[in-house]
Design a protein around this ligand. Structure first.
Ligand SMILES: *[C@@H]1O[C@H](CO)[C@@H](O)[C@H](O)[C@H]1NC(C)=O
Length: 209
C-alpha cells in the first residue's frame, strides 16, 4: 500500500477504540481492583486460541482475583455504558470521509462485540468477533476473516492494535500495524514493534490519515 493511503483500517475494539478500563474499574469497585482483574483476564487468556465464552473468561478472571460475583455481573449489566476514547468517533468519521473502509476485529462474544461497536456511533464496514470465528486473537483466522468479508488484500490494510499481542498477530496476516497504547502497557516480551506507537488514535495514525 502506498504509505499514507490504506484502503481499509481495522481496529482492536475494546482497547484501541473504546475505554473499557473505566467500566471494568467501576464494576470492580476501584481502579486498583479493576486493573488487577483485567491483568488476570489477560494473563488467563493470553493466546487462549479456541473460542470459549467471553463472559465465562471475564468471570473466571474475577473469581481468580477474589472479586465478588457482582463485579462481572455489573460489567455485563452496564456493558452499553462503554465509551469510545474521546477522539475515536471523529477519527472514524474522517476515515469514512476519505473513502477508507473501517472495521473491528474483537476478542468478544458476538452480542457484546456488536453492542460495544455501536457505542462508536458509526457504521463499520465489518465487525468480526472471536465467537463467530471460533478463535481469539492473535490467531490469524480472526484477522483474515475481516479481509475475506471485505474482499481486500492484507497489503491494503492498516491494523490499529490495542495491545502488543495484536502486533505480530496482524503482521502475520500481512497487514501493516500501528499500536494505540493509551494506558502505556508494556509490550509483551518477544513481540515485534509496530510501525508507530501513539498515546492517542491521532498520534498512532499520524502518518496514515
Ligand atoms: C485477545 O487479544 C489479545 C491481542 O491479540 C490477546 O493478547 C488476548 O490474550 C486475547 N484473548 C482474549 C481471550 O481476550
Amino acid at each position: 500500500m502506498a504509505h499514507g493511503h490504506p484502503k481499509v483500517v481495522l481496529f482492536d475494539l475494546l482497547t484501541a477504540l473504546l475505554d473499557s478500563w473505566t467500566l471494568w474499574n467501576q464494576a470492580a469497585g476501584s481502579e486498583e481492583a479493576g486493573r488487577r482483574w483485567r491483568a488476570k483476564y489477560l494473563q488467563l487468556t493470553y493466546q487462549c486460541g479456541t473460542y470459549q465464552p467471553y463472559e465465562d473468561l471475564v468471570q473466571q478472571a474475577s473469581d481468580a482475583v477474589g472479586l465478588p460475583r457482582s463485579a462481572p455481573e455489573t460489567l455485563l449489566a452496564r456493558w452499553d455504558e462503554l465509551k469510545p476514547w474521546p477522539e475515536a468517533p471523529g477519527v472514524l468519521r474522517k476515515l469514512q470521509s476519505q473513502a477508507v473502509k473501517i472495521g473491528v476485529v474483537t476478542n468478544c462474544s458476538t452480542e457484546l462485540g456488536r453492542r460495544a461497536a455501536a457505542t462508536c456511533g458509526v457504521t463499520f464496514d465489518v465487525v468480526v468477533t472471536a465467537e463467530e470465528i471460533g478463535f481469539y486473537k492473535p490467531r490469524i483466522e480472526t484477522y483474515t476473516a475481516a479481509l475475506r468479508v471485505l474482499g481486500v488484500e492484507a497489503g491494503d490494510v492498516l491494523f490499529v492494535a490495542g495491545s502488543s499481542a495484536d502486533v505480530p498477530g496482524a503482521s502475520a496476516a500481512g497487514m501493516q500495524v500501528v499500536w494505540h497504547n493509551r494506558v502505556q502497557l508494556a509490550p509483551l516480551p518477544g513481540t515485534t514493534s509496530p510501525l508507530r506507537e501513539g498515546r492517542t488514535l491521532e498520534e498512532a495514525l499520524q502518518d496514515f490519515i
